[in-house]
Design a protein around this ligand. Sequence first.
Ligand code: ZN
Length: 287
Amino acid sequence: MSHNTFSVGRLRCHLLETGLQHLDGGAMFGVVPKALWERRIAPDPKNRIPLALRCLLVEHDDGLVLVDTGIGDKDDAKFREIYGVDNLAADGRTRLEHALEELGYGSADVRWVVNTHLHFDHAGGDTRRAPSGEVLPAFARARYVVQRGDLEFARHTNERTAGSYLAANFDGIDFQLLEGEAEVLPWIRCLPTPGHVPFHQSVLIESGGERACFLADLVPTAAHLPLPWIMGYDLEPLVTLETRRRLYARAEAEAWRLCFEHDPVVASGRLVREGKGFGLVDTVAAA
Ligand SMILES: [Zn+2]
């Protein structure tokens, strides 16, 4: 099984396991001392930690909605080695394709692709390389959605940001561009959650009084729940802090199911206050 399924009101949702990447544990935990973070996620001999590439699939009246697309398969061996990418099945296809197939779907069934932002580990599967070498949208019948600000940011990189925004993942896609909070479809709302990058967004599913939020890089793993446990990759860590503070207040009050894109063990859970900090209840393990 490479998915787990839950419902939010009338909507069936699936968290799809599309593989792993391995990133430096120090970079993933920013200013948090290793003596603390290594108890939560153990590093390998190269100090790297495993990180899931989990996507959200929503069965909607309008067709399938896919939130983020993993890393895809366009990159060369050197890239895959550096980032410890392990996202292909034995037959050479991506685990995302397999996860969709397991649910009885193919890429043509996906009608909406919502990107939280255009970093390669979130939008790498947006496109694929055809046998001719041409790069094409991987979901031919889908409308792709992202914040206008993130597409601009992705197209105008500097020495710090260029490594994560790879043009092959977004050039040639005719995005529907959002400006701030937006209900892209009934029951599916994009929430600006800046900090990791300035125009990062999370996706809130709300139906029948229930809510689930795909946090993406606002809180990449459950180990990052403490407010100051912020990635070294974040461009605006103090903005991340305040974004989290606001979101946690709503998540706790409304009992949101929080979905973690990169946690190798915990797929989702509900936020509760534990003393001065936060914890999770009702957790669901990675499939
Ligand atoms: Zn990420």
